[in-house]
Design a protein around this ligand. Structure first.
Ligand code: 5AD
Ligand code: SF4
Length: 450
């Protein structure tokens, strides 16, 4: 049954943009836009914290929504109330405490988790708070447009983390690792395919620690799960994110070699290239371990594109440590990567370590790393020029007649073509490369057959 979503947006353009992304991310769950909160099954307040009294404004708006919620309940329906944006981020627990009728509090870095949060509230009847520091770079996970339910779908298979990297709040906020049973995942994947998905990205905070119960009662790893999902008719592409190097087992590497649907792309955060820092981070791997893994992956799947997360300015990080990180990046040659300045999270071990690095020093180090990573991304994109790649067409582009899709290597590519190609894969010849995207021409045979 169609459900209705109303998003009220406060503040800057960023919030306007984010509100659209939240609607997109919920569309695959069956939410269509409502014109008024009165008509909505779910209302999201996307709040702004830039001026004073923002939270008081939020609470009075919430009070009004609660009256609507009570009316709907009296009429036998319900209303899910979510608070998003910067007030949610800053005052999440206070909102839950003061406004017991609020179901979901979600911080700006966590919108991609909304489907999971909504599902959890519906399943368990509980409430959900997601206001952590970016547990995953959210743009990895947000659909880029509202053409949903689109060809590209997300499926959460794992939650939580037991790794306790010393900088990270996830193990505290998300708790212990939990893997969904294989049967539930397969059923959800089949539903997604029936609704038009041809690419599925498996999600988890530490997705390759997946150890779900298989139909045979034994514990299945991610590699085996991928084999099973690849058997589903209609799934053309599989991806997964985010992984930990210490959990990348042989079966998963073999899946990269043997499962054609598994795309040649891997986001494998390394965080640092210095063994001293990796150890202080409690990462459970060295720089050499990481490089060896990359070698094995490349032997299994020579064209695999690699992505990563880096943190600069971890407590005690010296110039030599930065050099080691830059060196590791040079050795790998990433197709893309995210880098962050270390940010002390209250309650994590690293936050109380001595030798915190000065902010301006962190910024300089970030610039230096960015420069290397941007150069690598451009080089990676440039070597695609002249090749013909399978592109999953996701949505219309900005210019009329233009389409945007993704290559197997997760590069965005734009090219001209009719909108009926959206939701299909077709061959596109790459003719230009930019910092974060490609341009190309749809191959004529595919166009004629369309
Ligand atoms: N400071 C900076 N970056 C962090 N990340 C996680 N916690 C922190 C923190 N305290 C980064 C890591 C992780 C990504 C999702 O966010 O690089 O892989
Ligand atoms: Fe955080 Fe480390 Fe777990 Fe990733 S593996 S979620 S960085 S504790």
């Amino acid at each position: 049954m169609a459900k209705k979503l109303f998003v009220r947006t406060y503040g800057c353009q960023m919030n306007v943009y984010d509100s659209a992304r939240m609607a997109d991310v919920l569309a695959p769950l069956g939410y269509a836009p409502a014109d008024t909160p009165e008509a909505a099954d779910m209302v999201i307040l996307n709040t702004c914290h830039i001026r004073e009294k923002a939270s008081e404004k939020t609470f009075s708006e919430l009070g009004r929504l609660n009256l609507l919620k009570q009316e709907r309940r009296a009429a036998g329906a319900d209303m899910t109330i979510a608070v998003a944006g910067c007030v949610a981020q800053a005052e999440g627990s206070e909102i839950l405490a003061r406004a017991p009728y609020v179901d979901i509090v979600v911080g700006p870095q966590s919108y991609h988790q909304l489907p999971e949060l909504v599902a959890r509230v519906a399943r368990a009847g509980g409430r959900a708070l997601a206001t952590d520091f970016p547990v995953e770079p959210k743009f990895d996970h947000l659909p880029e447009d509202g053409a949903a339910p689109g060809p590209q779908a997300f499926l959460s298979v794992q939650e939580g983390c037991d790794k306790f990297c010393t900088f990270c709040v996830v193990p505290y906020t998300r708790g212990a690792e939990y893997s969904r049973p294989v049967a539930a995942i397969v059923a959800e994947a089949e539903r997604l395919v029936r609704r038009g998905a041809i690419e599925i990205t498996l999600l988890g905070q530490n997705v390759n620690a997946f150890h779900g119960e298989g139909p045979d009662g034994t514990s299945w790893g991610l590699g085996r799960l991928i084999w099973r999902l690849a058997e589903i008719d209609g799934i053309e592409r599989l991806r997964y994110t985010t992984s930990h190097p210490a959990d990348l087992d042989d079966a998963l590497i073999e899946a990269h070699r043997d499962v054609p649907q598994l795309m040649p792309f891997l986001h494998l955060p390394v965080q640092s290239g210095s063994n001293r820092i990796l150890s202080a981070m409690n990462r459970r791997h060295t720089a050499i371990d990481y490089l060896n893994l990359i070698d094995r992956l490349r032997r299994a799947r020579p064209d695999i594109a690699l992505s990563s997360d880096f943190i600069v300015g971890f407590p005690g990080e010296t110039e030599a440590d930065v050099a080691a990180t830059l060196d590791l990046a040079e050795r790998v040659g990433f197709a893309q990567a995210y880098s962050f300045k270390y940010s002390p999270r209250p309650g994590t071990p690293a936050a109380s370590m001595e030798n915190q690095v000065r902010e301006d020093e962190k910024a300089t180090r970030l610039d230096r790393l960015h420069e290397v990573l941007e150069r690598q991304q451009l080089a990676f994109n440039r070597q695609s020029v002249g090749r013909t790649l399978d592109v999953l067409v996701e949505r219309p582009g900005r210019k009329p007649g233009q389409l945007i899709g993704r290559t197997p290597y997760l590069q965005a590519i734009h090219f001209d073509g009719p909108s009926r190609l959206i939701g299909r894969t077709l061959a596109v010849e790459v003719d230009s490369a930019y910092g974060i995207s490609l341009g190309g021409r749809a191959a004529l045979a595919a166009e004629a057959a369309a």
